[in-house]
Write a protein that binds this ligand. Structure first.
Ligand code: NAD
Length: 705
């Protein structure tokens, strides 16, 4: 068996190699091995310089996620880093691939750092609700200065080798091609010049610029709303300027431990692990997906263009079908606008874009152009009649074995499948807007969808670098169904006395990306209007439906796209300016129902909104529409702006307590028993003293329905 950390000494250079596939995570075995090898190097009189490298495709990519949540076993990483730094002979770290978190901290413990051109470094800990705990906040500012260190550590965003060199984090970029050759070359030169040790912790403390500190504090209090870690990370980095290294390291460790025990860290880790778990389904285990190289997109509106761009950027061939030449021209403009944006933002060069459009892309108004497509995504108007027309055409023109997918937001995919002679090849692929940016993809599995078609939906998501979540068929699948419920309750609160702007403010303060009324303005108020009209014939008379929203649409106020909705959206109007004509419409609706408005505290608004979300989410899991609670959490986190540090609605419910959630639902039910019918699963878990998290593991062929 290969040693996890091995060492080989030749010509006075010890090459210490970390070999812990797949990403050389800083596990217990790695930490222990490193200490042993550094000690052996120190004792070896023949070895003058040590080179620290990672085997395979990367240096140490970060901590070992299998050790998350477990008590750390000694030697802990801060001690390993200090041991390297205190080594009596020089240690050179060679970074290739990624050195994130603990990986970068290890490299900062070395006396010299070399990067290969592809290297990326970063301190992503704040994204998991903690701060670097092995000296990153103290050593990085000593190399790069306070401002750059704050940028890297409080954002969690990685930087490339060029920037790392410019900031003084690495000493050189090597073009030797492999880490060992790069390290040996540098070490030999160092040895020849009698190279000395250069502990990063021994460098002078960085200078504190209070204006920079204030700017970051101000920025983070907005961008990291509700989150503790980024601001505590700021405190730790600033301490590097005022405290001696030992005290700074101690302060960093204290903050690290404080955050390790915070519910926010649990929420963020849950989000991270759930996103890795979500595509692991017994249903598709061992099933080979169909090959997808050419896709068709029908409908070149908002979604069709976004889906086409996402496919193009990820190397697929795309044929886009519109209903007539006008449609083709509009689609062309839409698509080129999105690609133009990618060029402006530096994500794509103009040459690459032109080549992509020439070689990978075609438009047509004729369905026979889809004869060679492996998979077609329909993104036409949200109308069953139009979808029927399209799927009948697809059935006629697509080759046997081609997959036919609908991007419908709400419609019945079982019914859509019946418009074809091959329901086994039909599924829903529900992208989110803007489809070339949003990571979430609901893979909607209809009654007859074949398992390899489901597997292909998941494989396509991987090709498109999206996060796929399996959803069953119901009105709105996982996300839009839950959205409809909590959004309806936001309207209820308005009818009863809260104003839409207070609701938006309260939810933004709770960490949501946007409030529900601002979201409606952006998505288009006509969408909700159309849904209300579609559902009206089957509506239960006990359902409370706000009329003020319909009254707004009747005025032609569809939100941002018409310049007016709950807010004003003119070019010279400051963002978030309420539309002054909305409150009178709300008053009229209340008056017609004989409601005397009452005041709502922000806390009550948040509790009710969350309870509506959790209760519907529990129904979605209980009915098997979502396989596990974690699938719901991933959907709400990635498609609906749910605060990541709260982990998703069902993780949040576990943290508040399932019993407390049920009590809230039951107490609200005294006012509106129809809306607040408790989810049977919520009731069951509360009775048994269980948690949603208990349902996150699946046996083959099961769901929690
Ligand atoms: P859109 O109105 O922007 O675009 C629809 C396009 O389909 C138009 O360009 C139209 O010309 C074209 N079209 C209509 N009939 C056609 C036909 N028979 N053949 C070819 N093209 C035809 O609509 P959109 O917002 O892109 O939505 C499309 C679908 O995606 C809908 O089912 C919608 O519910 C769903 N969806 C929308 C969003 C969103 O946020 N907009 C998000 C997820 C899913």
């Amino acid at each position: 068996m290969t040693q996890v950390v091995s060492s080989e000494t030749r010509d006075g250079i010890a090459v210490i190699c970390i070999d812990n596939p797949p990403v050389n995570a800083a596990s217990f075995a790695v930490r222990k091995g490193l200490v042993e090898q550094i000690e052996a190097f120190e004792a070896d009189t023949l070895a003058k310089v040590a080179v620290l490298i990672g085997a395979g495709r990367t240096f140490v990519a970060g901590a070992d996620i299998r050790e998350f949540g477990k008590p750390p076993e000694a030697p802990i990483l801060p001690d390993v880093v200090s041991r390297i730094e205190n080594c009596a002979k020089p240690v050179v770290a060679v970074i290739h691939g990624t050195a994130f978190g603990g990986g970068l901290e290890l490299a900062l413990g070395a006396h010299y750092r070399i990067a290969l051109p592809n290297a990326q470094i970063g301190l992503p800990e704040v994204k998991l609700g903690i701060i670097p705990g092995a000296g990153g906040t103290q050593r990085l500012p000593r190399l790069a200065g306070i401002e750059a260190a704050l940028d890297i550590a409080t954002s969690g965003a990685p930087i490339g080798s060029g920037k790392a060199l410019a900031l003084g984090i690495v000493d050189t970029i090597s073009d030797e091609g492999d880490p060992k050759a790069a390290g040996l070359k540098f070490a030999k030169e160092l040895a020849a010049t009698g190279g000395s040790i250069r502990p990063t912790g021994g460098l002078p403390a960085p200078k504190l610029d209070s204006a920079v500190a204030e700017r970051f504090r101000h920025k983070l209090s907005k961008s990291a709303r509700g989150q503790i870690a980024p601001l505590r990370c700021l405190d730790a980095v600033l301490a590097s300027a005022t405290l001696p290294i030992e005290d700074g390291l101690k302060q960093e460790r204290d903050i690290f431990i404080e955050l390790m025990n915070s519910p926010q860290r649990e929420g963020l880790i849950h989000a991270f692990l759930s996103e890795r778990q979500v595509a692991k389904l017994p249903e598709i285990e061992g099933i080979t997906p169909r090959k997808i190289a050419k896709i068709g997109v029908v409908g070149g509106g908002t979604m069709g263009c976004g889906i086409a761009v996402s496919a193009l950027l990820n190397g697929l061939h795309v044929t886009l079908i519109e209903r007539d030449e006008d449609g083709v021209s509009r689609a062309r403009i839409g698509l080129e606008r999105i690609l133009g944006g990618s060029v402006t933002r530096g994500k794509l060069t103009a040459d690459k874009r032109d080549a992509m459009l020439e070689k990978q892309f075609a438009y047509s108004t004729d369905y026979s152009a889809l004869g060679q497509a492996d998979l077609v995504v329909e993104a036409v108007f949200e109308s069953m009649e139009v979808k029927k027309e399209v799927f009948e055409q697809l059935d006629q023109h697509c080759r046997p074995g081609a997959i036919l997918a609908s991007n419908t937001s709400y419609l019945d995919v079982n019914e859509i499948a019946q418009f074809t002679s091959r329901p086994g090849d039909v599924l829903g692929l529900h992208f989110f807007s803007p489809a070339h940016i949003m990571k979430l993809l609901e893979v909607v599995v209809a009654d007859k969808t074949a398992p390899d078609v489901v597997a292909t939906g998941f494989a396509l998501a991987k090709t498109l670098r999206k996060i796929p979540v399996r959803a069953g068929v119901c009105d709105g699948f996982i996300g839009n169904r839950i959205l409809n419920t909590y959004r309806t309750h936001a309207d209820h609160m308005v009818l009863d006395g809260a104003d839409p702007y207070q609701i938006d403010r309260a939810l933004v303060a709770a960490g949501f990306a946007m409030g529900p009324f601002a979201v409606s303005d952006l998505a288009g108020l006509d969408i909700g209007w159309a849904t209300r009209q579609r559902l009206a014939p089957t509506r239960d008379p006990r359902e409370r439906i706000a009329k003020f929203a319909d009254a707004m649409c009747e005025q032609g106020w569809f939100g941002a796209k018409t310049g007016r909705g709950f807010y004003l959206h003119g070019t010279d109007t400051p963002r978030g300016t309420p539309n002054p004509e909305v409150l009178p419409l709300i008053d009229a609706d209340r008056a017609e129902r004989g409601i005397t408005p009452r005041a709502f505290a922000d806390e009550e608004i948040v509790n009710r909104y969350m309870a509506a979300m959790v209760n519907e989410a529990a129904k979605v899991v209980g009915e098997g529409i979502a396989l596990r609670p974690l699938d719901v959490d991933v959907v709400l986190l990635n498609g609906y702006g749910f605060p990541r540090h709260l982990g998703g609605p069902l993780h949040y419910a576990d943290q508040i307590g399932v019993k407390v959630m049920l009590e809230r639902v039951e107490s609200y039910a005294t006012e509106d028993a129809y809306f607040w019918t408790p989810a049977p699963l919520l009731q069951e878990l509360a009775d048994e003293g269980g948690k949603f998290a208990d349902l996150n593991t699946l046996e083959k062929g099961t769901s929690h329905a």
